[in-house]
Ligand binder design. Structure first.
Ligand code: LMR
Length: 329
């Protein structure tokens, strides 16, 4: 149920009758599922500030955080319907549309934001971001969050065997699901907005996420153990509605595109430090015990998850693996 839906319509930039030279009056909605103190929201804010100031207030950008407008279940359909003009979902939520969106879930592929950025800015990454155009959805640029870590309520986890018999929440199926089944665990994808309650009520024992998501959504209140793994990532791209995007006149589009670039810059600059600060806050709160693995322990996980690469090679593509490995150096 979405009580804050402000009604139908959505923004179209067409039909302004101004010949295309004046900035059009527009209200643009940006919906996302995470909290304010996160790289995604900081990127969205930078974009809003830029666009509103450069357009002298003619273009207004409304940001709806915390699934307050749309959640994981319905944001994509509402983007396709132009009820919202920008969303920036975790890319693994699109694996049902195109399995190549599994890249952030490939175990231990990228060590850091730079490597992931290099992949998504490259030719293959751009091709994948452009693959939703049949739905009227266009991926513009990648915004990183960071590496994911495991939290759970059952036991301190430091080896693949510790997963046996547990159930974890994932963002999207396919590769993430295979990661858990390779370690003898079950998994279920649950919308982000429902995750705190699902953890609290024991629907699943655990989940994987970035420090900034764990901290800002206070998952440590309902989890006992956290293992620093960095085995998979949360990476986003900012997506827009093609009809909206192409309907803007040149003067308007120039400002909105520059606003997206500004948001991209800030999201990329802030992601790592926001995650480091979030880890500090989690430590200070002291609600979860934090397990840091040795290189040898990480290697055991790498070996256990290696077969996933063969399992998905046909579906994701050897060319995508190659581009990702190249970006990872
Ligand atoms: C999650 O669902 O855990 C994350 O992908 C949420 C987000 O957008 O970072």
């Amino acid at each position: 149920a979405c009580g804050s839906d402000e009604g139908s319509g959505g923004s179209t930039a067409s039909g302004d009758g101004n010949g295309g030279d004046d900035i059009q009056e527009l209200t643009i909605k940006f919906s996302h599922v995470v909290a304010e103190n996160t790289p995604k929201h900081q990127g969205a804010l930078a974009m809003k500030e830029y666009i509103e100031s450069e357009s002298d207030g003619k273009i207004e950008v409304e940001i709806y955080p915390n699934s307050s407008l749309f959640g994981d279940q319905d944001e994509y359909q509402n983007l396709a319907a132009n009820n919202v003009q920008f969303i920036a979902p975790d890319l693994t939520k699109f694996v049902g549309n195109n399995p190549q969106f599994n890249v952030p879930a490939l175990p231990f592929m990228f060590d850091n934001d730079e490597e992931a950025i290099a992949f998504w800015d490259g030719e293959k990454g751009q091709e994948i971001l452009g693959s939703l155009q049949d739905d009227g959805v266009l991926g513009l640029s990648m915004w990183p969050n960071g590496g994911k870590h495991i939290t759970n309520n059952a036991r301190p986890i430091d080896s693949p065997d510790d997963f046996e018999g547990l159930k974890f929440r994932t963002q999207g199926g396919q590769v993430l699901e295979s990661i858990y089944s390779a370690m003898g665990a079950g998994s279920e994808s649950i919308p982000f907005g429902e995750l705190y309650t699902a953890l609290d009520q024991g629907v699943v024992e655990g989940q994987e996420n970035t420090f900034s998501n764990i901290e800002s959504k206070k998952f440590d209140e309902v989890q006992e153990h956290m293992t620093i793994m960095n085995h998979t990532r949360v990476d986003y791209a900012i997506f827009t509605n093609t009809e909206f995007w192409e309907g803007m006149n040149e003067a308007t589009k120039e400002i909105v595109q520059a606003g997206v670039d500004e948001g991209t810059k800030v999201a990329r600059e802030e992601a790592m430090s926001l995650n480091e600060q979030a880890l500090e806050t989690i430590r200070e709160r002291g609600l979860v015990d934090i397990i840091e693995l040795t290189d040898e322990q990480i290697q055991v996980f790498r070996d256990a998850l290696e077969p996933i690469y063969d399992e998905y090679e046909d579906e994701i593509g050897a060319d995508v693996y190659e581009a990702a490995r190249e970006a990872a150096g």
